[in-house]
Design a protein around this ligand. Structure first.
Ligand code: 1QQ
Length: 410
């Protein structure tokens, strides 16, 4: 005891110095920039910047760790890359503004799921058990979400998907949210709009039967076609990674449908389109969320011209939140954002808003605050979750014209 008393003043001094160093280390950067591979241009934040350096951050300065679990390698990275960039942009903006409070900074722990469900499970376990994240943004595919989200649910850590569109995602539990419109909220509208414009009579359907998003999308397409009274001339299946669709397309060609509906991820969709045109098939394509990457037209080239998809967002939407987002994204990454970037940017802001209003890093308090988000202005529109933690807003119908998405207006 005596010894402790002797050392107490010294111990106190050491603790004081450590605390001071920590608050300096966590001071918000005056010129924050998004950390992205190879680029380090400062984010031109549309709103207020960080306070001058002489305004010392509070001693309670803390780093709030958030997990981001996305496909950063493999064929699904064409979705995972813009998603990660959307998150980086939103977090850089929030940190620049001290959005969560003076000296409080969000640190994102990025992990690669490679679009693989087993890897998504290990990534979720690492983020929750090793990194101690307060919430997870992701994963990219519904297929991974069905495998990994139960881990977050069990641990009581909120998870926000921004690209999961299969039916049943949020039914996994009350800690599961998404900012991506489910296919069931998009496809019936897409088919109705196209049927009204073109009088769709006979269609062929193709879908991937080993992925929960492509299967779920197929089910929604099938029931919507039935409601419309459209004749399905044939339904053909394929598997993830297939590259030769000539057998299915030869059959489809012989049945001469007006349109081919493909519930497919981008790489398979692009190959289907290219091979269809090589066979001389002129039917137009309709797809779901898998079509919503600009990479589809980049891979398929002219074969993607005229492809129609239902989407949650359009780059030309003139709201100030959308235009500010599009400009900031272009300035930072030198490329246009896509729907996936917009939905991920929204998810990160929605999470930031929930942490701020909970005024807590307790995952259960953050979950409760997420359910209370109402009409938050975002690039997707005024954002709210419905009672099932799914987003509430109107879908759009897009068509590829000259390699770019345009609004479908016929
Ligand atoms: C899902 C999808 C994919 C297109 C995500 C990239 O919507 O897996 O749910």
């Amino acid at each position: 005891m005596k010894k402790f008393n002797q050392f107490f003043p010294l111990l106190f001094l050491v603790m004081f110095i450590l605390a001071a160093c920590q608050s300096v280390a966590q001071a918000p950067a005056a010129e924050p920039s998004v950390e992205s591979a190879g680029e380090s241009e400062a984010v031109d934040s549309p709103t207020e910047m960080a306070p001058p350096a002489d305004e010392a951050p509070s001693v309670e300065a803390e780093v709030i760790k958030v997990g981001a679990a996305h496909a950063l390698s493999g064929p699904i990275a064409l979705y995972g890359e813009p998603i990660s960039q959307g998150i980086q942009l939103a977090v850089a903006q929030m940190n620049a503004q001290n959005y969560l409070g003076e000296g409080k900074q969000i640190e994102v722990v990025y992990e690669d799921t490679a679009g693989d469900k087993e890897q998504a499970i290990s990534v979720f376990e690492k983020l929750i058990n090793q990194d101690g994240v307060v919430a997870i943004l992701g994963p990219t595919l519904s297929n991974s979400a069905f495998a990994a989200d139960p881990i977050a649910q069990e641990a009581g850590v909120p998870v926000i998907g921004s690209s999961n569109t299969a039916s049943g995602i949020t039914e996994m539990g009350d800690f599961v949210f998404r900012t991506s419109l489910p296919e069931s909220a998009v496809i019936p509208n897409t088919l109705q709009v196209v049927a009204d414009a073109r009088g769709m009579q006979d269609v062929a359907v193709m879908y991937g039967n080993d992925d929960q998003f492509t299967q779920s999308g197929y089910e929604v397409f099938a029931s919507s076609l039935e409601n419309l009274g459209t004749n399905v001339v044939t339904t053909e299946t394929f598997a993830k990674g297939d590259a030769d669709f000539n057998a299915q397309l030869t059959k489809i060609k012989s049945l001469a449908p007006q349109a081919i509906i493909a519930s497919a991820l981008a790489e398979e969709a692009a190959n289907i389109m290219s091979q269809a045109r090589q066979q001389g098939i002129e039917a137009y394509f309709i797809g779901g969320n898998g079509f919503n990457s600009p990479k589809l037209a980049e891979i398929a080239g002219d074969a993607a011209e005229g492809a129609i998809s239902g989407a949650a967002w359009f780059i030309g939407n003139p709201t100030p939140e959308n235009q500010t987002f599009v400009e900031a994204y272009r300035a930072e990454f030198g490329t246009d954002p896509d729907q996936f970037a917009a939905q991920a940017y929204t998810a990160a802001w929605v999470l930031g808003e929930a942490i701020k209003s909970a005024n807590s890093t307790d995952p259960a308090a953050i979950r409760d605050a997420l359910t209370a988000i109402q009409n938050l202005p975002t690039p997707l529109g005024e954002f709210s979750f419905d009672a099932n933690r799914d987003p509430l807003h109107t879908p759009v119908v897009l068509i590829v014209k000259d390699g770019q998405f345009a609004l479908f207006e016929e």
